[in-house]
Design a protein around this ligand. Structure first.
Ligand code: SF4
Length: 197
């Protein structure tokens, strides 16, 4: 098995378990870099890594951490945060999204949970909250409570991802709205049987 897995690997599993099979077992590419929103999101992250070194929401006092990559031997996981604020007694995680859809989807909760676990393993301070900053045409900050349930769900998803990669068996997944724009729908048994193009 490729070691360590990344947070992105697990978020892909959380989006659809078959992604893990297509990407990690069959070695297929997602071609997501061709989608405009992904490119715009990368530009947004690079801009904030370069220009936004001092911004801290006014209710917090602490040290800013930007674009730091963390690694956990215990969990066999690595991941890069957008930003965080290290206060005297906690770390507040900041995740930026280039989107006008301000919903906290389950896959985003998995991402926040795993990044929180990585931060806690490395910096030895608790993560109790994350701020997701959405900015496309409108800017909105959404606060997410990071509790034990989010962290346990994230670790469970990490273990499920590892299991697919180690056994090489295509996992089950059901047809829904995700399939309509999925880059694997033409080769996926579920997507190809339920879409016309
Ligand atoms: S078409 Fe649907 S089931 Fe198949 S990989 Fe894509 S999202 Fe998953």
């Amino acid at each position: 098995m490729r070691f360590p897995l990344t947070v992105t690997d697990v978020v892909e599993y959380a989006f659809c378990p078959k992604f893990t099979y297509f990407i990690n077992i069959l070695g297929l590419e997602q071609f997501e870099q061709k989608r405009g929103t992904v490119s715009a999101g990368l530009i947004l992250h690079r801009k904030h890594e370069r220009d936004n070194l001092k911004y801290i929401p006014k209710e917090f006092t602490g040290k800013k951490i930007i674009a730091h990559k963390f690694f956990s031997t215990k969990h066999g996981l690595s991941g890069k945060i957008d930003e965080a604020i290290e206060t005297s007694n906690e770390i507040v995680l900041i995740e930026r999204k280039y989107s006008d859809n301000h919903k906290i989807y389950p896959s985003l909760k998995i991402q926040l949970g795993l990044l929180s676990v990585l931060i806690e393993d490395n910096l030895h301070k608790p993560v109790h909250k994350a701020i997701v900053i959405f900015s496309k045409t409108k800017r909105k900050e959404v606060y997410v409570k990071i509790d034990d349930v989010i962290k346990k769900d994230a670790i469970l998803m990490l273990n499920n991802t590892k299991q697919v990669i180690s056994n090489g068996i295509m996992p089950e997944s059901n047809f829904d709205n995700r399939c309509l724009n999925c880059c694997f729908r033409k080769i996926c048994p579920v997507g190809s049987l339920n879409t016309t193009e």
